[in-house]
Design a protein. Sequence first.
Length: 455
Amino acid sequence: MSKAQAVFVCQSCGMTHTKWAGQCSGCLTWNTLVQETFSTPPGGLKPETSKISRLTKLNFETLDTQDEAPARMVTGIEEFDRVCGGGVVPGSAILLAGDPGVGKSTLLLQVTARAAMNGLRVAYISGEEAVEQIRGRALRMGVTKAPVDLAAETSLRTILDALKRDKYDLVVVDSIQTLWSDAIDAAQGSVSQVRACAGELVRLAKKTRTAMILVGHVTKEGQIAGPRVVEHMVDAVLSFEGERGYPFRILRGSKNRFGATDEIGVFEMGDGGLREVPNPSALFLGDNDERSSGSAVFAGIEGSRPVLVEIQALVAPSALGTPRRAVVGWDSGRLAMILAVLESRCGLGFGGKDVYLNVAGGLKINEPAADLAAAMALVSALLDQPLPKASVIFGEISLSGEVRGVSRMEARMKEALKLGFSNAIAPSTALENAPFEVKAYSHLVNAMGAFDMNG
Ligand code: TYD
Ligand code: MG
């Protein structure tokens, strides 16, 4: 018999501690340590014995077919394939993380159905829903013809047995937090279980050259193990995002051993499941042609594609001692920085005023290139003056108030031109190769001049 050992495992980052503490010293989150007992009973999952007795040389004359550059399996859902780097690599493991209810199961059922219709051997294993429920969902989405093998199962051993018996190209396990392994004496959903189950599935994926997609729920509280421990084990991490109340869902790659990580896939959730949005550039613009004060259009780049987004700001007198600063779809630290630059370099006063900044359509913007658009929206709201008509804005702002060039400025402007915009408020370096009029500024103070043209 092996000895059982009590340890405290952080449910967020997976770090183990010998003593309980209020805060995890690894990831600094509070109240996430939970006692778990490890034991490996006789007859439990045996560790794989190593088969490598000799190392292989890197240098070679020709590749033999086994080792060729990864051939990709195209599922047929283009927005998904692109984020994966042009299809799913056989033998790779992918984590799909997202808030509960965002649409992970819906997306993967659609992906597996399409992949199966395209001739891949596909299995969808759900630990959350019964087979009847999955069939009901498939009926609503109109994919009942797809030859996908379904199972409702949470036992890792049963799943491994089934996957060893039948050979699959693509397997979805929904979700990793519902699995349990009898080799681990810890609660279902705990970090030890999640880590052990993910480890076994990833190993099986490599061995059988099956692409394995693991679903992981992200929870704010440490109740269910954060999928962060799985992130280190898999080849790619995709996150599925969406704001409550908006139909748009964005698939974003945050780690990818086989492709670029900055690609996004855009979907729209409807009655019949998710619809692909192959040309998202005008999605996040809002309906109004006539822009009111506080609204600015940012010409952004998401992955390889230009996307135009409306940024809205509201500045209102505060009734509180400490004025509110709220952001949706942007970084609050970045807002604080822009406000500080506007106050100290441009002499504008936001003190005593509540400031709200919102990215329309539920998109989250990470690019510093949005600084100037956010600043212009804020100033427009403060002065209650709309920005010039048909303008798009981009540019990074430094702490000194300098407006700096950003990547792919020409592509941003060309997309704007296509969508009916006639000018840009941009850094001076954007003047080169500009397809239309550019109001170029090298400092934020000068950019305030953009408002005068409005009268
Ligand atoms: P789901 O895929 O179950 O989310 P997750 O697996 O990430 O927890 O999606 C749940 C939501 O999606 C639910 O609120 C209903 C909505 N939905 C639609 O709007 N249309 C549909 O066709 C489907 C299947 C779901
Ligand atoms: Mg689900």
